[in-house]
Design a protein around this ligand. Sequence first.
Ligand code: SF4
Length: 275
Amino acid sequence: MVTMGESHRNNAPTPELLTLTGQQLDAFLACQRRFQLQFEERYPWPAAPLDDERQLASTRGQQFHQMAHRYFLGLPVTAPGGDPVLEGWWKTFQETVLPLPAGLCLPELTITVPLGRHLLTGRLDLLLLHDGRAQIFDWKTGPLSDEASLRASWQSLLYPALVVAAGSAIHPEGQPIAPDLVSLTYWSAAQPGERVELAYSTAAHEQNWQRLLDVAGAIDEARRHTGIWPLTDDMALCSRCRYRVLCGRQAVAPYQAAEEEDLGLLREPLEPYLP
Ligand code: SF4
C-alpha cells in the first residue's frame, strides 16, 4: 500500500479552489487515489455499457425527471412516445404527490455555496418553500433504500445543508432558513406509498457542516502533497473501480454486476437519473 508518508510536500502555491460535489467527497473518503486520478489528474471514467433493460430504465428515469421538471415550470406534460410505463408513473405521481402546498416551487435547483475556501454544489429535484418551511423532494423510479440507509447517504447530508447554507439567497423574503424547518422527502414511482421524509435540525446541521469542512480540509491537505495519494485497502471498492490497472490491482476480479459500475464508489448514488 502506498501511504501519504511516501509522498512529499510540495512547495507549490496553495492549490486552486474546487467546486466540490457530494460524489467527490464520497470518492475521496472511499479512496484518495481514486479521487486523485479522477478529479485531480482527470483520468477518464468511461461509462460502462448497460444492457438493454438497464439502459431503458436509465432513459425512463431521465424522462420522468424531465416530466416532473416541466410540470413544476407550468408546462404541458406528456409521456415521451406514449410510453405506458411513464404514463403509469406520472398517474401515480399525480395521485400520491400532488397537489403540493401553495408556495415557491424551485425545480431542478442547483445550489452552490462557500465551504471553507472551496465551493460546495448540488442539484435538488425540487425545493418547495411554503409557510416558513423548506421541503426538498427527491424523485426516484427504482426501489427506495431503507430509511436508515437513506438517512446515512450523502444526499441526505448534502441537500439540507445546502439549503440552510444558501438561506436568504433562495428565501422569497430574503430570510435565513432555520434547519428545524427543513425536510427531505424521498418518493419513488416504484413504491409510491412508502415515501420517506427526513426531518433536519440545528444539531444535525452543525454536525453535517463540520463533517463537510473536515473532508474539504482533508482534500486540501492531500493536495499539498505530490506523489501517489493513499490507496484504499478495501478490495471490494477496487473491484468496482476502472483504475485497477493504474494501481497495479488488475488481479482484483471486476465486480460482476456491471450495472452497478456506473454508480462509481457511491453506496447511495447522487447521480439523479440512475434508478
Ligand atoms: S483501483 Fe482501488 S486503489 Fe486504485 S483508485 Fe480504484 S479504488 Fe482506489
